[in-house]
Design a protein around this ligand. Structure first.
Ligand code: HEC
Ligand code: HEC
Length: 363
């Protein structure tokens, strides 16, 4: 649609030149919206680009190699329930790809029906964060990925279990040898994290209406969504929710209303650093796909996005939003839902167990 308006002369040239016809077809087949750089950005687009950016293609950093075989191995491991002690729980159990990388539960259910203490954040776009977990205790997705497998409340496995499982299936042995060919011992526990991390680095969700807006399509947002973006900036949400992921870069002190009421509050980052300033401090979550990743807050205690916005505005900014402002911000937040890569939604076929594969354990 946009292209028609940005190329007013198109109709008349179409008649004279078949070459232009082909060019026009190419333009229309563009799925990301116009990115031809011909149109001047509006003031609102420029203001938004001052605190965020269109999503990159992947989250491999400078000097990191993007290796397709490693990504494929990571994808298999992500969907592999046999890494868990029970043989039942995979990363995808709690970070379900079909529900935007979350389990949509207040707190996750892990090994033998145990509940964890915190809400599961989405794995989508997580590789863009400066640190991992609500308290930022791991620096990147590679180091993060090897933790839940060993967590007694989550997958409850041991390193020995994981290596025995993977080592029992020739296809995994072969894949590790190929992916980590330059290493003396390819099948080591850390490499499980390296492969999982590679998969997570492609789990970005571009082409949300807002992403397309940032890429140059001023009409990608409705008037109400634009008003929401304006209110978002006017009250200062972007001071914490900035960067391409609209979060993931900073920490702030926060207790949920439910915690205040019960008097039992998560200490957050304080548990890791012991620093008084970090008491009840949590990583600023990404707002991408936020309309899909309910329930909200670190204890998953609030189901409504509108209510969450009011709570956070009051707590973080001392700002009492009007009903209209709240609705506008929520409309804007709903425009942050992007596209999950088709590759990640396509489940892998996993190799079959052998007599050596450890049997499920239910204690
Ligand atoms: C039993 C449910 C469960 C399983 C299984 C699980 N996770 Fe998680 N995951 C969580 C919860 C809960 C958190 C938040 C914990 C915290 O912050 O203390 C989390 C946090 C994360 C984060 C941090 C995201 C962020 O925004 O900080 C990533 C990345 C992640 N998990 C990836 C994985 C991978 C990879 C696997 C498989 C190896 C996995 N998880 C298995 C529940 C689970
Ligand atoms: C001072 C930094 C800061 C500011 C300013 C801020 N936030 Fe947040 N926001 C956070 C932190 C930290 C959390 C995580 C709270 C927790 O621990 O549960 C959060 C959580 C959220 C959540 C829930 C995310 C989830 O996955 O559960 C939403 C939605 C949100 N903020 C929207 C906003 C909006 C809209 C504004 C502006 C009105 C705003 N925030 C202003 C730091 C901030």
């Amino acid at each position: 649609m946009m292209h028609l308006r940005t190329h007013p002369g198109l109709k008349s040239v179409l008649i004279i030149s078949p070459f232009v016809l082909v060019m026009a077809a190419l333009l229309f087949s563009h799925c990301a919206g116009p990115d031809d750089g011909e149109e001047a950005l509006t003031g609102l687009q420029e203001k938004a680009l001052a605190f965020t950016a269109p999503l990159p293609e992947d989250a491999f950093e400078d000097g990191m190699e993007r290796c397709e075989e490693r990504i494929e191995l990571g994808k298999m491991l992500f969907f592999e329930p046999r890494l868990s002690k029970s043989g039942l729980i995979s990363c995808n159990t709690c970070h379900n790809m079909s529900t935007f990388g979350v389990d949509q539960l207040p707190v996750s259910i892990g090994h033998m029906w145990q509940k964890g203490p915190r809400n599961a954040p989405t794995v989508l776009n997580a590789a863009l964060h400066n640190s991992q977990f609500w308290d930022g205790r791991e620096p990147d997705v590679e180091s993060q990925a090897i933790m839940p497998i060993l967590d007694e409340l989550e997958m409850a496995a041991t390193e020995e279990h994981v290596l025995a499982v993977l080592g029992s299936m020739p296809e995994y042995v072969d894949r590790f040898e190929r992916v980590f060919a330059d290493e003396e011992d390819p099948m080591v526990y850390e490499n499980v994290g390296v492969a999982l991390g590679a998969f997570e680095r492609i789990l970005l969700t571009p082409y949300s209406p807002f992403d397309n807006f940032l890429r140059g399509d001023a009409d990608a947002l409705s008037d109400k969504e634009k008003q929401g973006l304006q209110v978002f900036m006017d009250v200062g949400c972007q001071s914490c929710h900035g960067g391409a992921a609209l979060g993931g870069g900073a920490f702030a002190v926060f207790e949920t209303p439910a915690e205040r009421e019960s008097g039992e509050s998560d200490l957050g980052r304080f548990d890791i650093t012991g620093n008084e300033l970090h008491r009840h401090s949590f990583k600023v979550p990404s707002l991408l796909n936020i309309a899909q990743t309910y329930p909200y807050l670190h204890d998953g205690s609030v189901w409504s996005l509108g209510e969450t916005v009011d709570i956070v505005a009051r707590d973080m900014l001392n700002e009492e939003l009007t009903e209209e402002q709240n609705e506008q911000i929520v409309a804007f937040l709903k425009a942050l839902t992007g596209e999950i890569p088709a590759y990640a939604l396509e489940k892998p076929i996993l190799p079959e167990s052998t007599p050596e594969t450890p049997r499920p354990g239910f204690d």
